[in-house]
Design a protein around this ligand. Structure first.
Ligand code: SF4
Length: 300
């Protein structure tokens, strides 16, 4: 379902939809349409926009007529990643999370699992795949193997057959069996409760380890995926060029009272509202707090 929603909402406007959002002959946009504004763009963000335009012009040297200027969303995102979006003030961060909490007091992840081990496997399978896609494959997998010992007994070939609808399934099948074997040999079949040890397991990186620590053990960790990276940079909550830089800033910026659920609030907001191609700023509950210069607004 997540995949369906995301793809439907983030798809670029069709020709008809684009026409509908275009200004009328008199120059006024059609009622109820959405326009993209660059309100309050900080002076610093003008630099990256110029850079982006220049880069495009350079690429198009000799065929300039065919090269289009990048849309404002792209230049605004470039500005965001280059830390040109002013950071949120502590009071704005507090307000942002107060609203997230009021709207969804107990946010949950969307991956299906039955115990800490199947959570770990589901997160490993979700790398570069949608939660919805993983959830379609894991019921049969977990019915056959919901412990490391059962997974090793199931074997790589059978695991591969059961997850072949998930991207990179060959490598993932190999990793799932290998990590299960390592859990048995070195950790008594239990899931380790520290990041460094989790990261020694095949297919487990910092992001996966953080998700497991957060959901299985209630640790206030932040797993920075593509949604959190985009949201941190766009809003000014935590700007940075790498997931680790954004993660460390998020941990420092978010009040302790909100840290446990912060990862889920941000991932759900990025997945369903602050979409990559077409953020739904006009229905965003933190729109007045967010500092992104490419915000969409409803036309008057
Ligand atoms: S207003 Fe909301 S949807 Fe728009 S960029 Fe900011 S956080 Fe994303």
């Amino acid at each position: 379902m997540a995949k369906k929603t995301r793809s439907a909402k983030s798809r670029p406007a069709s020709g008809t939809a684009r026409k509908a959002a275009m200004p009328r002959a008199g120059g006024r946009p059609a009622k109820g349409t959405v326009k993209r504004t660059v309100k309050g763009a900080p002076a610093a963000s003008q630099g990256p926009r110029k850079s982006a335009a220049t880069a495009v012009a350079r690429v198009g040297a000799g065929s300039a007529a065919k090269v289009k200027a990048p849309p404002k969303r792209v230049s605004a995102d470039i500005a965001a990643v280059q830390a040109a979006v002013p950071p949120l003030k502590p009071a704005e961060v507090e307000e942002m999370f107060r609203r997230f909490q009021a709207a969804n007091p107990e946010p949950k992840g969307e991956l299906h699992y039955t115990n800490p081990y199947t959570l770990l496997v589901a997160v490993v399978l979700s790398a570069q795949a949608t939660d919805a896609g993983v959830n379609k494959a894991t019921p049969a997998l977990f019915a056959a193997a919901d412990t490391p010992a059962k997974m090793v007994a199931l074997g790589e070939d059978r695991v591969r057959d059961l997850i072949r609808t998930i991207g990179l399934y060959r490598t993932k099948a190999k990793n799932v069996v290998a990590l299960s074997r390592l859990l048995i040999e070195k950790h008594g079949g239990k899931i380790p409760r520290d990041r460094a040890t989790l990261e020694t397991l095949p297919g487990v990186g910092r992001k996966t380890a953080n998700v497991v620590l957060n959901i299985a053990f209630g640790e206030p960790t932040i797993a920075v995926d593509t949604h959190l990276f985009r949201l941190g940079n766009r809003t000014g909550l935590a700007t940075g060029r790498t997931p680790l830089a954004v993660e460390l800033k998020l941990e420092a910026a978010i009040p302790k009272a909100y840290l446990l659920h912060a990862h889920h609030w941000l991932i759900l907001h990025g997945r369903y509202v602050c979409l990559a191609r077409r953020p739904l700023c006009e229905r965003c509950i933190i729109a007045d707090v967010c500092h992104w210069p490419g915000k969409t607004t409803l036309a008057a």
